[in-house]
Design a protein around this ligand. Structure first.
Ligand SMILES: C[S@@+](CC[C@H](N)C(=O)[O-])C[C@H]1O[C@@H](n2cnc3c(N)ncnc32)[C@H](O)[C@@H]1O
Length: 281
C-alpha cells in the first residue's frame, strides 16, 4: 500500500471486512485527511506515493474507524450546508438532515436580513453560523449546556468570520435571554427515546448521550421548547424544530394545543423531520 490507488483499495477492503457499511465514502475521507488533499486530487493523482507519515496517519485513521468511531471525530471536521465545520469528540456530530431547518428558514425569510434569531442548543454551532452567513445583518443568539460545545461554536464562528453576529451563552432553554423577542426560534434538540438510543449504531453511542436522548419518550425537550417559545416570539415569528421520524403527529397536536399553527415537513426519505410553527392570529 504505497500509492493513492493502492491505499483506496486497501482501505475499502479493510473497512468492508470490519462491517462498516459506509466503507467507500469513509475510506476517501480518511485518506483525504491523512494526506491533506481533496477528493479531486485523489482521483486525479492515483499514482501519488504516500510518505511514511501519511501512511501511518491513514492506517491509524482506518484503525479508529474500525472501532466504530464516527469519521467526523477522526478527521476533526464535517461538512454542513456546503461548508466545513470543526468537530471534536464530546460534541454532537452534525447530520445532513438538519440542513432542512436551514432550507426552511431561507424559504420563510428570503432576503429579509435584519432578523433576531435564537438557537436553543447549538452543539458545534452549524445552525447559528449558517444562518448568520445567510442573513448577514441579523443577530443569532445561541446556548448550550456543554462547555465543549460552546467552545466549538466560538471556534467555528471565528473560522467563518461571524463571531460578531453570533452571541453564545451557557444555559438551557430561555434562561440566558429572558426579555427578548425573536423572529425565529430554531433547534435540533435531543429527541431519541431510550429504546431507539440503545438500538442505535455503535457510532451514535460514541456521541454524548445528553445530545441525543430525551425524557418522556424523547419528547421532553421538544415540548418544553414549544411551550416556552410562545413567550419569546415576535407576533410574526416562527419556530423551526427538528423531530424524530415517529413524532410528527404528536408534536403537531401538542403545538396546536399550545396555540401554534403547525406544519410537519418530511426529509428526503419521506420521514417526518421538521416542524414549523407560528402563533395563531
Ligand atoms: C442534537 S444536538 C444538536 C447540536 C447542533 N444544533 C446540531 O444540530 O448539530 C443537541 C444539543 O443539546 C445540548 N443539550 C442537551 N440537553 C441540554 C440542556 N438541558 N440544556 C442545554 N443544552 C442541552 C447538547 O449539549 C447538544 O449540543
Amino acid at each position: 500500500m504505497t500509492t493513492i490507488r493502492d491505499a483506496l483499495i486497501y482501505g475499502k477492503n479493510y473497512l468492508k471486512k470490519k462491517n462498516i457499511f459506509t466503507y467507500q465514502l469513509d475510506t476517501e475521507l480518511l485518506l483525504m485527511s491523512a494526506i491533506g488533499r481533496d477528493k479531486t486530487y485523489l482521483y486525479a493523482h492515483p499514482e501519488y506515493i504516500l510518505n511514511e507519515r501519511e501512511k501511518q496517519k491513514y492506517l491509524q485513521n482506518l484503525k479508529e474507524r474500525s472501532k466504530r468511531l464516527p469519521v467526523a471525530y477522526i478527521i476533526g471536521e464535517k461538512e454542513f450546508y456546503g461548508e466545513k465545520f470543526i468537530v471534536k469528540k464530546g460534541v454532537f456530530c452534525p447530520r445532513p438532515e438538519t440542513e432542512l431547518l436551514i432550507d426552511e428558514a431561507k424559504m420563510l425569510f428570503g432576503t429579509d436580513d435584519s432578523l433576531k434569531i435564537y438557537e436553543i442548543w447549538c452543539g458545534t454551532g452549524i445552525i447559528s453560523i449558517t444562518l448568520a452567513k445567510l442573513f448577514p445583518k441579523s443577530f443569532v443568539y445561541c446556548c448550550d449546556i456543554s462547555e465543549k460545545a460552546l467552545d466549538l461554536t466560538l471556534k467555528n464562528a471565528k473560522l467563518h468570520n461571524v463571531e460578531g453576529q453570533v452571541k453564545i451563552f451557557k444555559g438551557a432553554f430561555f434562561e440566558p435571554l429572558k426579555d427578548t423577542k425573536f423572529d425565529l426560534i430554531i433547534s435540533n434538540p435531543p429527541y431519541l427515546n431510550k429504546s431507539d438510543y440503545l438500538a442505535a449504531e455503535p457510532e451514535v453511542r460514541k456521541e454524548p448521550k445528553e445530545a441525543l436522548m430525551s425524557k418522556e419518550k424523547g419528547l421532553w425537550a421538544l415540548k418544553r421548547i414549544i411551550r416556552e417559545s410562545k413567550l419569546y416570539l415576535k407576533d410574526e415569528g416562527y419556530i423551526l424544530l427538528e423531530i424524530g421520524n415517529a413524532q410528527g403527529e404528536y408534536i403537531k397536536k401538542y403545538g396546536k394545543k399550545k396555540g401554534f399553527e403547525v406544519l410537519v415537513k418530511q426529509d428526503l426519505n419521506g420521514y417526518d423531520r421538521i416542524i414549523r410553527g407560528c402563533l395563531k392570529k
